[in-house]
Design a protein around this ligand. Sequence first.
Ligand SMILES: [Zn+2]
Length: 536
Amino acid sequence: MSAADSTEADWVSRFADEVISEAERRAPGKPIVCASGLSPSGPIHLGNLREVMTPHLVADEIRRRGHACVHLLSWDDYDRFRRVPAGVDPSWAEHIGKPLSSVPAPPGSPYGSWAEHFKAPMEAALAELGVEYRGISQTEQYTSGAYREQILLAMRERERIDAVLARYRSQQREGYFPYKPYCELCERDLTTVTAYDDDSTELAYTCECGFGETVRLAEHDRGKLVWKVDWPMRWAYEGVVFEPSGVDHHSPGSAWIVGGQIVGEVFGGEQPIGPMYAFVGITGMAKMSSSKGDVPTPADALEIMEAPVLRWLYARRKPSQSFKIAFDQEIQRLYDEWDALGRKVAGGEAQPAELAAHGRAVRTAAGPLPVTPRPVAYRTLASIADVTTGDAAQILRILGDVDAIGSLEEARPRLDRAQRWIDTQVPAEQRTRVREAPDAELLDSLGEAEREALAMLVDGLDAHWSLDGLTTLVYGVPKRQAGLDPDAKPTPEVKAAQRAFFALLYRLLVGRDTGPRLPTLLMAVGADRVRKLVGA
Ligand SMILES: [Zn+2]
């Protein structure tokens, strides 16, 4: 048994232990059920990915141990359409109150409904992330009558349900019904149930549109249980043993707390093991990158980072820990950390929890996720993409110099992610533009020591033409000028001289005081062009 299989290794393993033992108590011999729910009411925010990743990781661990396990993903597409998001034709307001699956998709969409339009990119992202799940459309469940017995039961038990809800509110109310019909005429849920008869199941409702009718609930498939009853009904119906939820569901009187009482008192089921997960924030996403307004989605994240890296962010943090996903310069540091972990794992030096998180990031029970065969550092790829403005032939030349890479395919998909990051997240004023012609004025103004430093650089280029070699060269030139050995520890004076030398090189090469790391920049610019720009 490797450390990655250890039951002690990380939070995922500990939940898997708990869920397996609880499932054996509740439903021995049956597949273990983990669940998530998402509302396709608009673009699904990257932060909401935790709703899926938390049960995914636990379900995946359960499968790795050889147990049958299903991860149900409920699409709450039978929820009402609440508001028209910015950027969509205001005339969509006429659909407010209809099920999301009955609202037309935004203009220009290839999908048949609002819900399908917003589900599709999430489904694609989950496939890329290796998340195996069984999707359930709540529209299909409700309109097929799958929940008929549960709805009739909830209506019979409406006073008991109301009594549970009353524990959290001060006022009494009359005529509580846990079921809300969608209007037969206008399809909206602006309805009020006015009467219900348990024996005949006849239900009368009126709608704000003026329509009203009496239906037999035993045959009626156009309405749904209210959320606080719907959720515990599904726990019992599906036999859910693990379902996490966000902080907002856990205050007194909230759906999780109330549901925990209703599931047992009304539906004869049990509440799942349900950790509360903390907020996931986003840093520095540029507005221009999202075609869907300002909402960062999992698809946006997967454009700039590989699936294993995004999985790793979720695997390495307990659900109770909040974290941020970086779209800004931080992504380069994140990738450095990821690569360092990869080296530790390969070298057999990773701690058990690190090893577990890495293992969950790079593979699932179904097999390994796609990786980049030759993973050049993300920051190097980003600099190359920046300096070359994406020119494939130039990129290939540089990658050949940097790491003897013979085809762009070897550097993909990481290369494409870094390219996309540069294109969409790095503002134009921070992009690097290599000078076309030497800065004659600056070159003419240089003193003797600066000319000497540039000459030493040019002399050493060919012999040092690698990232490590050029690093030694550019740091070593000011040392040699100060009479020090290249390996000597720099004095404060030499450090100042190094800074001044680097700033001079940036100004000569890219016309600014800073830029990508110099060794990367020099390799990207190419030796001939460097010689030309520094006046050699
Ligand atoms: Zn109506």
